[in-house]
Design a protein around this ligand. Structure first.
Ligand SMILES: [Zn+2]
Length: 383
């Protein structure tokens, strides 16, 4: 399956570049070669901390079990409605788990029920909204349209009824998607359970931070973390590929990697390498900026390094904290620096050795179907 420029749902149409403010015409995020490239790059950037921070079970899904084409707007929206109908009851069931059950499931010692409840309320509301967005072209005879127009508070109950009598031909798809939904929701719920004691991408801390939930439908930001890699390796290959496809992404770079690259390339060569891409800050070193005494210097050093190397139009004033971890009272610092904290809400797990490139495609297809109107940072490869 490949998504091409004419084959996207109404919610998946435009790639938008933060630094150039230039919307692009096509988006082929599921192209296998692209995802493989992400995976290779991710492995290069992998650290012990990155491995230990990941979920024990990575949600995966074989998108080929869905029998209809999704490379057209109507087909994608139908698959999206079907996926949301399966996902919602799974999510609701998880919400009923006791604290003891969750502590054992997530292998953690304490949790914040308030944080879980906030997250769950937001997710369930979003599922209902996304379903309605995907239902604008609904046909009365389509089983996935049976929940159109129901009150938001009744969405999950109706979804449960519909999916209890799903067409037999979809049984294998439903079973696998239910498993995916449970694993994925657990990944996210674990982060919510730990928040705010351990902060992460699961929630913003103040109004200056963003994870994209507020962005308009059909809008996607692509981003890649932890580079640049050594000359003529994955960073170069990825930029070449994006450029050939007329796409821009945000590269959240590490200051030490950028500095290493400057020992092998001139400033002009690096500026030429990034071309029409956008570069932003991921910190000087890949460590939690919630615990690091020098976290402010880490950001400032990297900010200066990027600004003194690249043209203004190639940089964007964003900081993405490694692992999503930043201090809860860091808002004033970022405001003084003129930076915004850019989180994400869609993680390909392409840094994770437990998941193959093919499985990354399936995971991303499932998440795109479910999160149809969400901000989409397609690829990170470290946590
Ligand atoms: Zn990272």
């Amino acid at each position: 399956m490949m998504i091409n420029q004419n084959a996207l749902s109404r919610s998946h149409k435009v790639v938008y570049s933060l630094c150039t403010q230039h919307s692009l015409k096509s988006y082929q995020v599921m192209k296998p070669r692209l995802v493989k490239c992400f995976l290779l790059w991710g492995l290069l950037g992998l650290s012990t901390a990155a491995i230990s921070a990941g979920p024990t079970t990575v949600a995966q899904f074989d998108y080929r079990l869905w029998p209809e084409a999704i490379n057209n707007p109507a087909g994608f929206d139908k698959a999206s409605r079907a996926a949301l109908l399966v996902y919602a009851p799974v999510l609701e069931k998880l919400s009923k788990a006791s604290d003891a059950e969750l502590l054992a499931k997530f292998h953690i010692k304490s949790l914040s029920r308030a944080s879980i409840n906030d997250w769950m309320t937001q997710q369930l509301a979003m599922l209902g909204r996304n379903y309605q967005l995907a239902a604008t072209d609904c046909q009365a005879s389509d089983w996935t349209c049976a929940v159109v127009g129901v009150k938001p508070e009744n969405f999950v109950a109706q979804a449960r009824l519909i999916t209890a009598k799903i067409p037999v031909a979809l049984t294998a798809w439903q079973q696998q998607l239910s498993g995916f939904a449970g694993d994925y929701a657990s990944e996210q719920m674990r982060l919510a359970a730990l928040f705010p004691k351990v902060n992460s991408e699961v929630s913003v801390i103040n109004a200056q931070e963003f994870n994209g939930d507020e962005l308009a439908d059909r809008l996607f930001y692509l981003s890649f973390d932890d580079g640049p890699s050594a000359p003529k390796s994955t960073t170069d290959e990825l930029i070449t590929m994006l450029t050939a496809q007329q796409k821009s992404a945000v590269f959240f770079v590490l200051g030490e990697n950028f500095s290493s690259r400057l020992k092998k390339n001139s400033k002009d060569e690096l500026a030429k390498l990034y071309g029409q891409q956008c570069v932003a800050i991921h910190g000087y070193q890949h460590q939690s900026h919630a615990k690091w005494a020098d976290w402010q210097q880490s950001i400032q050093r990297t900010q200066v390094l990027i600004a003194s190397t690249l043209a203004d139009k190639q940089t964007v004033a964003l900081f993405r904290p490694p692992y999503g971890q930043r201090k809860v009272d860091s808002g004033a610092f970022f405001q003084r620096q003129g930076l915004r904290v850019a989180l994400w809400n869609l993680d390909s797990q392409d840094w994770n050795q437990k998941i193959s490139s093919d499985a990354i495609i399936g995971r991303m297809v499932a998440l795109m179907l479910i999160k149809t109107s969400w901000y989409c940072v397609i690829s990170r490869y470290s946590r």
